[in-house]
Design a protein around this ligand. Sequence first.
Ligand code: NAP
Ligand code: GLV
Length: 310
Amino acid sequence: MPDVIPVAFHSEHDDPNAWEAALRTHLPELEFRLGNADPDGVVAALAWNPPHGFFAPFRELKLVVNLGAGVDSLLGRDDLPPLPISRLNDPGMVQLMCSYVTHAVTHYARDFHQFQRAQRLGEWRYIHPRPLSAYRVSVLGLGELGAAAAEALARMGYSVTGWARSAKSVPGVRCLSGREGFETALREADTLVLLLPLTPQTRGLIGAVELALMKPGANLINVARGPLVDEAALIAALRSGQIAEATLDVFETSPLAGGHPYWAMENVRITPHLASITIPEAAAADVAESIRRVLRGEPPLHQVDPARGY
Ligand code: NAP
Ligand code: GLV
């Protein structure tokens, strides 16, 4: 291993000091450089939405580390070097996503949305609780985050169906794949959770036809990417009551514009894309290991397949 390992960093969301400290714990040879002004010798770039042309000055780059799970914006660029890409995948990110999803599902399953409305009207409105096993949740996407969220929901007692591209086995979760499995997952859900990556195959996956397949009055939680859903179709379904409630962390365009219809919809809960974030202390060991691996000529951990899109 070289005595010094220069690594470049760019993110407007992540704390460079926290990343430098966490990475140095596992990579004492680290030379941490902000941005691309000093590119000589840089072997790895840790980046989230860097400006166009960011990668061009790095002549010795061997690895791009996407400072997040979803690589859609990275793979969509025309200035991405043909190098291994590693996504983040850490227990802190999984825990945060599980907390968000279990909270959002429980909010609807335990009728908190109804109690909040009743309280605003000063009404004592009793709604008899139903057993959690009678509440069906479908989770689309059974990857690092989707499988963990589905399993967490199943452990709580919900009846959980998961759907992925390939056959899966997740404890307590009925796992489906294929078009038939997709439609079953939609038809049966009291709440549908989206945890798919944004790829050419998943863009617009949930449109008017798919929303119409769902039970009238079902709920939707999107913690993946906005463009998975046809926004106009969702707004229409939320207005008609076909979809009763939605919790949305991601949108077609972020930040959500001031006059966007969602802001005024009482049945929409909005959070500003923070269902899950990366905790540098939890992710740094794997990033350091990936850097060591590419320096030895091996593939990094959590490597993304650009052809697959995730
Ligand atoms: P992942 O590990 O890459 O897993 C993706 C899952 O989706 C896999 O189960 C995959 O199936 C399935 N899938 C992909 N394309 C499919 C298709 N065309 N049809 C059916 N299933 C398909 O992803 P992850 O780490 O769980 O994260 C999912 C997404 O969440 C990320 O891509 C990102 O966009 C989003 N995210 C959002 C936040 C936030 O704060 N809101 C935070 C982190 C991540 P196979 O297993 O069969 O390949
Ligand atoms: C956040 O959205 C991520 O993809 O990590």
